[in-house]
Write a protein that binds this ligand. Sequence first.
Ligand code: NAD
Length: 264
Amino acid sequence: MEGLMKGKRGLVMGVANDHSIAWGIAKQLHAHGAEMAFTYQGEAFGRRVKPLADQVNASLILPCDVEDSASVTSVFETLGNEWGGLDFVVHAIGFSDKNELKGLYANTTRENFIRTMVISCYSFTEVARNAAGLMKDGGSMLTLTYAGSTRVMPNYNVMGVAKAGLEASVRYLADDYGPRGIRVNAISAGPVRTLAGAGISDARFMFSYQQRNSPLRRTVTLDEVGGSALYLLSDLSSGVTGEIHYVDSGYHIVSMPTLDELKQ
Ligand code: NAD
């Protein structure tokens, strides 16, 4: 098991700090022998990401702002020059104006709708296209989504719409690249306390509600999301593509609060 990712090289996008889901994934990949490159968004994040990248012996640490196509292209040019190929990519990137992650979805502005879509949805397609150019011998791509894509979650608003588009992108990209042996999947994670998660108004109530009402009666850990990512990025899941894999303590299967909750 330890050598599951031995000989595989991949890019991890979206580490902001040691609470990031991408960091949970990177730790598991490192433990199983993967060689990684990291991207970071701007110098302020870079200062926090570099020591983490060192902990997992990342070979490359590159700046990337997905709002700028040239910045995305430049990352893959560097990977092409340094590595000549790529086995996997992790896209754990999302953003929306926190002033619109509260109140009515109907009040979403055109400007923030477009920005949220570009960063949280389109960027995965652009990353996938660039990554596929370097995947000569099959590969695995992974993005992160949330159940607010298919069901209404308070305050998740335009992020839910972006995640619905992201999940549809996973299916279309899986079909585009399947003939080349490249697999494309998403993990739909339950709530995790991260920087991005803190942008959603009243997120702590969703967190504690899911702790009480999911089948496992708890939320998930970074290591658990990382473990599922390891499966999807390794050859263990070689027959799996176009999948939205829930890592949420089973919360997505329940239709009502527990009786304990209702009787309180
Ligand atoms: P995080 O804040 O640690 O990570 C978000 C990352 O997005 C950061 O590294 C940030 O730099 C990056 N980012 C934002 N705008 C960018 C841009 N323009 N260019 C490049 N990078 C940019 O939070 P996280 O919760 O680990 O988020 C990772 C992914 O997981 C997101 O897609 C998020 O929607 C998803 N997710 C989070 C949860 C949760 O509860 N935290 C649940 C399900 C899915």
